[in-house]
Design a protein around this ligand. Structure first.
Ligand code: NAD
Length: 486
């Protein structure tokens, strides 16, 4: 491995086999749990991005990776998984320092990242091409080809899993990748890319450029040699990327925001539902695209259920991510905490009632971190701004519903359509609601249960395309028909 343009004390990024601090202005990484500096990170300029894409294009054009036999490609992906597992603690620690997530969750996500590489390794090795029914004297085949250069752009909330599920699938399909991680969580991707080189991935097949969205990200999206942009992040950014990509007909896969309805019928197991609702919105401090942030409770049990919820939310232990007793960690950055705070103030101005939380914790030991209390908001209807806009923090809006029809209308009255949860003992009712709700994932009597083996993505403004599952590899492939005259 070689290095160029090494700025002193600046974390370099990876183009081909070269670590470089680039020509952009380095930026700070800050630990949101205590405000400590993690370090200075190199920033990729437009020229650096151009070099990364050209390097990826050249590497993908060589047969080394593109034409590697599938079982050999799979073996390299398995080796990357082995190395992620071997470095799970270190990677988890890195993520915890950068986005403030609970250590236990970070460790679980490192395992999830490795699992994504194994899953797509197995698909790579076993994926069939198709022979379509012939409508004449010919053989009709459908083959699946890589796009070439894939740009992967990711958010800060779960880089260990989100980056792996994109990169593993794109590599399994035979593409080269230029990954731009969030500026708030820049170094997980850098470390995984280093491990990938160690695992035998040919240089240039995975490149990582760090930097800000408006500079490094937009330069990557605008690059003419990027054929697919796989983006996870906010809906406004996703729309801007889709507009840019449309100009040159580059493909996009967009995993965007959510405002997911979480539904509790009177006949549910209310103890389990209560735990599901709490976990659904307050785990990861609510910084989850699938967080169940609009709670609909059947009117007959609404007041009693909400009273229990208020008590339970107030009892959650807010604390540092490296303390095993903590249940709710800080938000991922100070700027994000301020945004969440402003949105709760907006709800107050709109006449909402704050039933729990609604402020920073009073504990002086947490004063230096980006903490915000688990917050419950009542006295709102579904058309309130706080019920329609994504907060991406520990904020739950609580509303009653009268019957199934009223419920489905309210649940679907949202620009988003990422996920939903239903709690009831009446399975036919759960089934009807699951089919009627416009969401990419619906949970019945569970919430936030995730698996790499099923497709994930959103309806409406929550995105387009799917990741994960067998379907997930198709996102990174172009179908090609080959007809042979007989
Ligand atoms: P964001 O849209 O601000 O940023 C996401 C990424 O895009 C970052 O790497 C950022 O640097 C980059 N970016 C920003 N502007 C860009 C531009 N103009 N061109 C190219 N790249 C640009 O989102 P965020 O704040 O990092 O993440 C939170 C959002 O992500 C929430 O809306 C959340 O719902 C969503 N999210 C969705 C999923 C999903 O799978 N649907 C998963 C996690 C997070």
């Amino acid at each position: 491995m070689s290095a160029s343009t090494q700025g002193a004390g600046v974390r370099p990024f990876l183009i081909g086999a070269t670590w470089t601090t680039g020509q952009g202005t380095p930026f700070e990484s800050i630990n949101p749990a205590n405000g400590a500096r993690n370090g200075l990170i190199g920033s990729a300029s437009r020229e650096d991005v151009d070099l990364a894409v050209r390097t990826a294009k050249a590497a993908q054009a060589r047969p080394e990776w593109r034409a590697m036999l599938p079982h050999r490609r799979a073996a390299i992906l398995h080796r990357i998984a082995d190395l992620i597992e071997a470095h799970a603690e270190e990677l988890a620690e890195r993520q915890m320092r950068e986005n403030g997530k609970l250590r236990a969750e970070c460790v679980a996500q490192a395992a999830g990242g490795a699992a994504a590489y194994r899953y797509f390794a197995s698909i790579c090795e076993t994926m069939p091409a198709e022979v379509a029914p012939s409508r004449g004297d010919h053989l009709s085949m459908v083959l699946y080809e890589p796009f070439g250069v894939v740009a992967a752009i990711t958010p800060w909330n779960s880089p260990l899993t989100l980056e792996s599920q994109k990169v593993a699938a794109a590599l399994a399909a035979g593409n080269a990748v230029v990954l731009k991680p969030s500026e708030f969580t820049p170094t997980i991707a850098l470390r995984v890319a280093e491990l990938a080189l160690e695992a035998g991935l040919p240089p240039g097949i995975l490149n990582v450029v760090t930097g800000l969205g408006a500079e490094t990200g937009s330069a990557l999206v605008a690059h003419p040699d990027v054929r697919l942009i796989s983006f996870t992040g906010g809906t406004a950014t996703g729309k801007a990327i889709a507009r840019e990509a449309a100009g040159r007909m580059a493909a996009v896969a967009l995993e965007l925001g959510g405002k997911s309805p979480h539904i509790v019928f009177a006949d549910a197991d209310l103890d389990k539902a209560l735990q599901g609702v709490l976990h659904g919105v307050f785990s990861s401090s609510g910084q989850s695209c699938i967080a169940g942030t609009r709670l609909f409770v059947e009117r007959g049990i609404h007041d009693a259920f909400v009273a229990r919820l208020v008590q339970a939310a107030k009892a959650l232990r807010v604390g540092p991510p490296d303390d095993a007793r903590s249940q709710v960690a800080p938000l991922s950055s100070f700027v994000h905490r301020d945004k969440v705070e402003a949105m709760v103030d907006m709800a107050r101005e709109d006449g909402a009632e704050v039933l729990a939380g609604g402020s920073r914790p009073a504990d002086p030991a947490l004063a230096d971190g980006a903490y915000y209390l688990p917050t419950l908001i009542g006295g709102v209807t579904n058309d309130a701004r706080i019920c329609q806009q994504e907060v991406f923090g520990p904020v739950l809006c609580v509303m009653p519903f009268d019957n199934e029809e009223d419920l489905v209308a309210q649940a679907n009255d949202s620009f988003f359509g990422l996920a939903a949860g239903v709690w009831t003992r009446d399975f036919p009712k759960a089934w009807r609601v699951a089919r009627a709700v416009e969401a990419g994932t619906v949970w019945i009597n569970t919430y936030k249960t995730l698996s790499v083996s099923v497709p994930f993505g959103g309806f409406k403004e929550s995105g387009s395309g799917r990741e994960k599952g067998f379907f997930g590899i198709r996102t990174y492939q172009e179908a090609k028909t080959v007809m042979v005259g007989l």
